[in-house]
Design a protein around this ligand. Sequence first.
Ligand code: 5GP
Ligand code: ZN
Length: 115
Amino acid sequence: MTREADCLFCKIIERKIPSVVVFENERVLGIKDIHPQAPTHYLFMPKRHIAGVHEATGDGIVESLILAANHMARETRVVEGGYRLVINCKNDGGQTVDHLHLHLLGGRKMTWPPG
Ligand code: 5GP
Ligand code: ZN
């Protein structure tokens, strides 16, 4: 697996930094967000380092993140009321960790437009 030595999420994937893991398969890790913005707030990330969604290569990794999030939306039953999937990209998009990740937010009514 490609790792970036100074990447927070690579360290979480390698279990060098603790996290609450909620999902794992060959390509994807899902964890609880440390600062949840909704009753259910999980992050799904590729195990291989990709800086952001702008670097997606068409190998299906983004779909793998969505399928993992959908699985957990069913498991947590937020699928019943609905949920939001978010990928922030770079500075203007609000990305703060430069390792591609998909947010699953659910358990409350979301507002629009986002801030
Ligand atoms: P972004 O702003 O890049 O889209 O999302 C980064 C997310 O990572 C934020 O929601 C933030 O709360 C979460 N986060 C930052 N550091 C950690 C950490 O050490 N552990 C976990 N579980 N989440 C983190
Ligand atoms: Zn990384």
